[in-house]
Design a protein around this ligand. Structure first.
Ligand code: SAH
Length: 346
């Protein structure tokens, strides 16, 4: 399927759809999702293995300057135990290891676990999401068996990026994304919607940047202010128009038919069944949280993160039932990149 080449003004029009037009946009996104990705929902279990962080991203609850969260880092043994327990749940095809950013000190240790997890559980696809690293580190992780990487560009506006990230530039981040793709890693990126300082133009540019990066996965979600950060009290600029988050999702699906698009947790903060709705408006992937409950409360990137007190299997069962009610099901297998499969087919 050839995706549409929307202009900036087409995108502004789509994002301002209301009423019946908006419902039609959602239906169209759901149709494209069904044709390109099917009705199976790949499941990626996410393990937030460390909240240690050297960076000071202005929006993030685990930023280095926030002294409130108790800092933890799971041991290799704890991580492997979670991986083994996930391997007994048939629908889970991917383990996503996410953490704060502490480049350098743990890179070799991560190489060792990646190798061990992939050796002991070869059927499990492995995604890392641990921030910017030099090319050699990504290459070492890839050689050890890492399949995928998630690294959001967060915003396409270089000045806003620099303001929000005292420790890096948009250019560095985009360079990391290029290195990952060059290393043969299935690459995911994306952005937050509604950051203070963002404009409609930024949002449109974020959407266009996703398309031009030609991503295997696109992860995005609403910005949610965290009380212990410099953006405390700065409401999401679209708080009064929450439909916009779903319109962004639907448009991303139309423009990137083959991308895996997860129904991200932040949707559940804004709407009681946000992730389920997202799965009916363009998203095709579900990422239940597999972090041991004792650690979860310390990995609050934003407040109100749902499910800090619920085990993964209960959440997965509930989603399975909801999906069944709309003729969908939990997919089996690793759920690798649809984009690269289609490219390989020619
Ligand atoms: N340190 C890793 C993991 C980041 S956490 C990395 O840099 O890739 C995953 C995502 O959570 C971030 O990329 C960001 O987009 C999102 N996030 C962080 N703080 C947030 C907030 N206050 N509201 C909404 N999303 C947030």
């Amino acid at each position: 399927m050839k995706p549409p080449a929307y202009s900036r003004s087409d995108l502004v029009d789509l994002l301002s759809a209301q009423g019946e037009e908006m419902e039609a946009l959602y239906r169209q996104a759901d149709d494209v999702r069904r044709q390109s990705c099917g009705d199976g929902v790949p499941i990626r279990a996410i393990l937030e293995f460390s909240n240690r962080c050297a960076n000071d991203c202005l929006y993030c609850g685990i930023r280095a300057s926030n002294s409130r969260p108790i800092r933890y880092r799971m041991t290799p043994g704890e991580i492997l135990a979670v991986a083994h327990s996930l391997a007994t749940v048939p629908a889970i095809g991917t383990l996503v290891l996410q953490s704060g950013e502490s480049p350098g000190d743990s890179d070799e240790e991560i190489t060792a676990w990646v190798r061990q997890v992939k050796t002991e559980l070869p059927h499990l696809a492995l995604t890392l999401s641990v921030g910017n690293r030099p090319r050699e580190v990504y290459a070492a992780w890839r050689a050890a068996g890492m399949d995928r990487y998630l690294l959001r560009f967060e915003t396409s506006d270089p000045a806003l990026f620099a303001h929000l990230h005292p420790n890096g530039t948009l250019q560095d981040r985009l360079q990391c994304l290029r290195e990952l793709k060059a290393a043969g890693v299935q690459t995911g990126s994306g952005f937050m919607v509604g950051l203070p300082g963002e404009t409609m133009e930024t949002l449109v540019d974020n959407i266009l940047l996703c398309q031009s990066l030609d991503l295997d996965m696109i992860g995005f979600g609403p910005f949610i202010p965290h009380p212990d950060t410099p953006l405390a009290g700065r409401a999401n600029i679209h708080a009064a128009h929450p439909d916009l988050f779903f319109k962004v999702l639907a448009v991303l699906r139309l423009m990137n038919p083959d991308a895996h698009i997860p129904a991200t947790t932040a949707f559940d903060v804004l709407f009681p069944t946000g992730r389920f709705l997202a799965l009916q408006r363009g998203a095709n992937v579900f990422m239940p949280n597999a972090t041991p409950l004792a650690y979860r409360t310390h990995y609050q990137l934003y407040p109100g993160k749902p499910g800090v007190d619920r085990g993964m299997e209960a959440v997965l069962r509930e989603m399975e039932q909801k999906l069944q009610s709309v003729g969908r099901f939990l997919a089996q297998g690793p759920g690798h990149s649809l984009r690269s499969e289609r490219r390989d087919e020619g």
